[in-house]
Ligand binder design. Sequence first.
Ligand SMILES: Cc1cc2nc3c(=O)[nH]c(=O)nc-3n(C[C@H](O)[C@H](O)[C@H](O)COP(=O)(O)OP(=O)(O)OC[C@H]3O[C@@H](n4cnc5c(N)ncnc54)[C@H](O)[C@@H]3O)c2cc1C
Ligand code: FES
Length: 285
Amino acid sequence: MTCCGKHHGVDTEPRAFAIADFWEEAENIRTFVFHGTLHSKPGQFCMLWIPGCDEKPFSIARDYDGEIWLTICKVGPATEKLFTLKKGDKIGLRGAFGHGFTILEKIPPAPFKKGEEQKQNVVLVGGGYGTAPLHFTGKTHAENGSDVTMIIGARSENLLIWDKKSEKSGFRTLIATNDGSVGVEGFTTHVLEKLISTEKIDLVQTCGPEKMMKAIAEMCLEKNVPCEVSIERFMKCGFGVCGQCVTETGEKMCQIGPCVSAQKAMSFSDFGNYHRGPEGQKVSW
Ligand SMILES: Cc1cc2nc3c(=O)[nH]c(=O)nc-3n(C[C@H](O)[C@H](O)[C@H](O)COP(=O)(O)OP(=O)(O)OC[C@H]3O[C@@H](n4cnc5c(N)ncnc54)[C@H](O)[C@@H]3O)c2cc1C
Ligand code: FES
């Protein structure tokens, strides 16, 4: 840690936040609200400390208008403990950390086409809780004048999250479910493939299961569409000190990522295949 609790102006020691609100997004997926800000950019993450239990990394689903939102899936001891907490209970947050998603600059109107706005076409592809940080990303793109399409995937309708919020935010929202209970029957990749073949896309960004992101990265590289993915690796400090998240190329994922280009992701032999657990052991996706 650092002596003043800051690293490049970012909190490296937890600050206490009370749980202001929470609600269920789907079975075992809950969004938690805290009042304040981590001054984060879309795609960055924070470390959430659950007193007496553990500290874990989570993507920031919203950080504006005085509210921080984290959308969290209950998968093991720390998240189980978090789900027992009530409104008013305190946790610790530090961050924001890492390299977020690229936000496209607004295109200035061409002088010879006065008043005619040129828009960039951004497509965001989310699966599971990965959809939540993409909403923050989409909002920021939209503020910069881009058209935003959100492709959201889930196994079935009852596991879909953030689809209504996406529609409400004015994003073109396309759904894919494995069982066809809502939207297209199949995978988000099928929906993206169709879009790529029918329109010019300036940027694809994706967050979700790694196998899905790998398929998207491969498709975008083949079709020459710029693409970024958000890679989760085991993280402890979150800001480059502990070495827990080092890749096989010797880079620290908490610093170069979690959001990296498709080219960079494909240079990691583990991408889409396995990740490493707390003792460095290989764990298949
Ligand atoms: C950059 C980043 C962003 C993430 N964003 C979200 C999010 O928005 N929502 C969400 O639900 N989850 C997110 N995760 C995953 C989340 O950190 C794990 O689900 C959580 O740590 C599980 O802890 P647990 O004790 O409940 O379960 P465990 O049983 O300890 O672990 C369950 C799974 O989480 C992985 N995991 C455990 N500890 C860590 C750790 N310190 N770093 C990375 N992975 C770990 C394990 O390898 C295992 O695959 C993110 C992870 C990273 C690295
Ligand atoms: S999590 Fe410690 S160096 Fe990346």
